[in-house]
Design a protein around this ligand. Structure first.
Ligand code: HEC
Ligand code: HEC
Length: 456
């Protein structure tokens, strides 16, 4: 008797936990179901999560760059973004690897400038909404990011003194620069301002390092100021690369309108902005597939770092092992160009809430193999995908999330919240249909091409 009772209790608790886990899967509506606005009903929880993803607000302020919203700075930055003239071989500009027509990437798996780079060029869509920059977050602002590619050997292969001379020796560029940032230093004395110089601390014999060391501290500071001002102009421009007003946003507007009015009337068109297939995919995205755990907020990124277990494509002839965020943390803390440093426009970084993210940043072993969560807005424009560009299509990405199988060694510890989706092909297609509904309005050509003149 006693035994039988305990058995039935066991069965009961078993059933109970089964139904709880089904409910947690999200597709089993146990909450109030709304059949008012769409033919595919949404639970209250789904509706709340969907609404948390739209609309995308304004690009957040960045007080470390006082030129962030300066129109003349943005114009100057846009001009230089498309300018190959200060790269080592006169052939590479920012746009070489961040082409507007390729979703602001370059369409390659590993990017190529003066030479092949170890990582894939990320999209610049909505980059102004980011918190950390580069796949490993080794820059804490967009301007601190921009100094990187100019001097990276495989990217533009240039240096801050070459850039300074380039601007100083071109009347139009000089006028444009001075119109925003004030007088350029007089660089005509090449003993004081060599043609090519930059710090290369890990290579003391490098001619750029030798030339840099011969400069006075004051002249070094003047060169760094021009370098960071130009970087701040790059930021001002890139803040305009915004993807919003996607069909998904229209749908959410319709959803809100329908709920407020208590009827579909007048909102049908907006509710039809995305297909029934995309609605099913959306329910998975915010529910059973739990993509929203990391791709959240209206920019579809938590702006943080995760190890999704794709491992490393280590190839001694091609790419080294990539530890991601683990290395990025040391780099951003040590950078002269971070928000706490002398070139930041934050006056009291010890008290600034903007610099707090850096002040409190700590490294731990889990950071190995973590990479930044990319935005998913306009994601179908910027193939291939991931920090090493290993997946050619969105279908490849979804196949990965479906089985979490990788042919290469994994670095570090894969995020536990990530679970195999185990979905059918047509269900993966639903998620892809949803991702495609996140593609926003195209930008006007006045923002995607080089302006005729560097001055506005
Ligand atoms: C040779 C190709 C190449 C060139 C040229 C290049 N980039 Fe990049 N860009 C990349 C790659 C690759 C990454 C990722 C590098 C990493 O994470 O280590 C990147 C990262 C970025 C990021 C970070 C995006 C994010 O979400 O974190 C920004 C912003 C950016 N580049 C802007 C620029 C600007 C501005 C220029 C010109 C001054 C430029 N890039 C020149 C290839 C390039
Ligand atoms: C645990 C956090 C996490 C979850 C959950 C997650 N992602 Fe990601 N996602 C990331 C990170 C981090 C990357 C970049 C990884 C890298 O490059 O190494 C990424 C990359 C991507 C990319 C490539 C974007 C690009 O520009 O390269 C797509 C597409 C994507 N995720 C879609 C999804 C979908 C769809 C889901 C749900 C099935 C999902 N993600 C679940 C964190 C997550």
């Amino acid at each position: 008797m006693f035994q039988r009772e305990s058995l039935s209790i066991l069965v009961l608790t078993g059933l109970l936990s089964l139904s709880i886990s089904l409910a947690a899967c999200g597709d089993q509506p146990t909450e109030n179901v709304d059949t008012l606005c769409t033919t595919t009903p949404l639970t209250e929880g789904e509706r709340a999560r969907i609404m948390s993803l739209s609309p995308l607000g304004k690009v957040p302020e960045n007080p470390s760059n006082k030129y962030a919203n300066d129109e003349k700075a943005a114009h100057f930055g846009q001009y230089l973004f498309f300018d190959t003239g200060f790269s080592a071989n006169n052939k590479v500009s920012c746009a070489t690897c961040h082409e507007p027509d390729k979703g602001w990437g370059d369409g390659l798996d590993l990017s190529k400038g003066v030479d092949e780079v170890d990582r894939h060029a990320p999209t610049l869509w909505n980059v102004g909404y980011g918190r950390w920059f580069f796949w490993d977050g080794r820059a804490d602002s967009l301007w601190a990011q921009a100094v990187g590619p100019v001097e990276a050997d495989y990217e533009m292969g240039s240096n801050r003194l070459k850039l300074l001379h380039y601007i100083a020796n071109n009347a139009k560029l000089k006028a444009a620069y001075e119109g925003v940032f004030g007088t350029l230093p007089d660089v005509s004395d090449e003993k004081r301002f060599p043609k090519d110089a930059r710090p290369v601390p890990d290579d003391p014999g490098h001619p750029h390092q030798v030339a840099w060391e011969q400069m006075s501290k004051e002249d070094q500071k003047a060169a760094n100021l021009v370098f960071t001002n130009v970087a701040k102009a790059f930021e001002a421009y890139q803040r305009k690369i915004v993807s919003k007003e996607a069909p998904f946003d229209t749908f959410v507007t319709g959803l809100k309108g329908c709920l407020d009015a208590g009827s579909k009337d007048g909102h049908e068109d907006k509710l039809k902005a995305i297909s029934e297939e995309a609605i099913k995919g959306m329910k998975k995205f915010v529910g059973s597939a739990n993509c929203i755990a990391c791709h959240n907020s209206p920019n579809f990124s938590d702006s943080e770092f995760h190890n999704i277990g794709i491992g490393i494509n280590e190839d001694p002839n091609r790419v080294p092992a990539d530890y991601g965020r683990l290395r990025g943390i040391d780099a951003v803390k040590q950078s002269l160009f971070n928000m706490m440093g002398p070139f930041s426009d934050i006056t009291d970084p010890d008290k600034s809430p903007y610099a707090a993210k850096l002040r409190f940043l700590q490294k731990n072993d889990f950071n190995a193999g973590e990479f930044k969560t990319p935005t998913l807005r306009s994601v179908d424009t910027s193939a291939p995908y991931m920090h090493d560009g290993r997946f050619k299509t969105l279908k490849d990405v979804l196949h990965y999330y479906n089985k979490l199988e990788t042919e290469t060694d994994v670095i570090g510890h894969t995020e536990e919240s990530l679970r195999k989706l185990n979905l059918e092909e047509n269900e993966l297609d639903e998620i892809i249909a949803f991702l495609k509904s996140l593609t926003g309005k195209a930008l006007p050509s006045s923002l995607t091409t080089q302006p005729a003149s560097p001055s506005k």
